[in-house]
Design a protein around this ligand. Structure first.
Ligand code: HAM
Length: 418
């Protein structure tokens, strides 16, 4: 026997039983977002590598280590999308959406790819639901986006939720702060982890994320970006907070909140859930006012978020999953006439809107009846070679003998559909 081929590490199959819960997450998000004026968009799963290198940022872990990049047959470098925001901005520009009334509000759902260390809640192919609002710098748009994600998570009954909120200020403030932080890190270089030390030049902010004790001690006394915001950025942040207060959405200010993507400016936020293990981030996002210009478009402010399908499912409350209802099970008690009539009855029943199953596995009559009861079929029609059918009403325990051409009409009447 040949060796069996396994699914790639960090991927998983979405099995039939999994779809009800995923469908529920998708429906909840769709309802919440569409009610707030977001419209669905889909972009390709692969893009030019340059889009992410420029959009997500060359110094990020995502671009440096986690992208699935390949050359196509034409020698172009393509990448399986590690996130959605850069693609949405590209589509916004490609389709001239700056000419639409602003802000343009878009939402999406689909698979994303990162070559990360696979573990519970962390996959190499995972699904995100995301929302992007492009074309306004109003703090109300930030607050609205945050409230919408909170509403989605709330409706899904995601437990133990915390909202962390921060502001990264403008690129200029951040650049000045970065130098100040680099100076602080260099002054304490001997206490830092090897990794943080090697990234002082490239990405000093990530030092806040380190779990290395020496680095953590150094970061305790590090300057905080929130204390360095310009008056305008501080006011923007204060307004976002005031609006969250107005709807009584609790949050914690986290001056060390760093996100793994470079495009953020001003507001950043992350929802975590205690119901999850180490990978506690359910969803997050922020403002990315410089991204569209970085992709060659006009300066266009924007804000958005994405939430992981798997993590929402792990942390969500259990909703009752309805069993698929089988209206009619067609059992075969004969040879070719029974087979062809059974096939015809099932096709007719489905056209009439019923859920119908016909015996396909060559079971004995006993086996067929067992299968019908396993499926909790409401009616069973036993078709023989004479053109007659015995129709059993499984709830009432009654049986009648009718021509096979009457079976579907009879079931429809029984189900109150005719
Ligand atoms: P992100 O924080 O990288 O942001 O990802 C958002 C969410 O996707 C995470 O909170 C997590 O739930 C899920 N996620 C990320 N990586 C994985 C993984 N390897 N396995 C399972 N789930 C994962 C973004 O992607 C930004 N594009 C969000 C955004 C939109 N910012 C502005 N607009």
């Amino acid at each position: 026997m040949s060796e069996r081929i396994q699914a790639p590490r960090g991927t998983y199959d979405v099995l039939p039983d999994d779809h009800a819960a995923r469908g529920r997450v998708l429906r909840v998000a769709e309802n919440v977002l569409e009610r707030a004026g977001y419209r669905r968009i889909e972009t390709p799963v692969f893009e030019h590598t340059e889009l992410f290198a420029r959009g997500v940022g060359a110094s990020t872990d995502i671009v440096q280590k986690e992208m699935y990049t390949f050359d196509d047959a034409g020698g172009r470098s393509l990448t399986l999308r590690p996130e959605g925001t850069a693609s949405i901005c590209r589509a916004y520009l490609d389709h001239g959406m700056q000419k639409l009334p602003q802000p343009v509000k878009l939402w999406y759902h689909g698979p994303f790819f990162r070559h990360e260390r696979a573990q519970a809640g962390r996959y190499r192919q995972f699904w995100q639901i995301g929302a992007e609002a492009i074309g306004s710098d109003a703090p109300a748009l930030d607050a609205e986006a945050i409230v919408l994600l909170a509403t989605v998570l709330d409706e899904l009954e995601v437990g133990g939720l915390r909202l962390r909120l921060g502001s990264l200020g403008s690129p200029e403030t951040r650049a000045a702060y970065r130098e100040e932080l680099q100076a602080h890190l260099r002054a304490h270089a001997d206490q830092l982890s090897e990794e943080v030390r090697s990234r002082i030049d490239l990405n000093p902010l990530r030092a806040f994320d380190s779990d290395h004790p020496g680095t953590q001690a150094v970061m305790q006394t590090a300057p905080r970006l929130l204390d360095r915001l310009s008056a305008e950025d501080a006011e923007h942040f204060a307004e976002v907070r005031a609006l969250l207060d107005a709807v009584e959405l609790p949050y914690e200010i986290d001056p060390t909140l760093v996100r793994g993507l470079d495009y953020y400016a001003r507001t950043v936020f992350e929802f975590t859930s205690d119901a999850l293990g180490a990978q506690s981030g359910v969803g997050g996002g922020g403002r990315y006012d410089g991204l569209i210009a970085q992709l060659g478009g006009p300066a266009t402010p924007a804000v958005g978020w994405a939430a992981g399908m798997e993590r929402m499912l792990l942390a969500a409350g259990d909703a009752p999953i309805p069993e698929p209802m089988v209206d009619l099970y067609v059992a075969l008690d004969g040879e070719s006439t029974a087979r062809s009539q059974g096939f015809r009855i099932a096709a007719e029943a489905r056209r009439a809107g019923l859920n119908a199953q016909v015996e396909l596995a060559g079971r004995s009559m006993k086996g067929q009846l067992k299968q019908a009861s396993r499926l909790q079929a409401r009616y069973v029609a036993i078709v023989d070679d004479t053109g007659q059918a015995r129709l059993k009403d499984m709830d009432a325990g009654e049986q009648q003998e009718i021509p096979h051409t009457d079976v579907v009409a009879q079931v429809l009447r029984g189900r109150g559909l005719r």
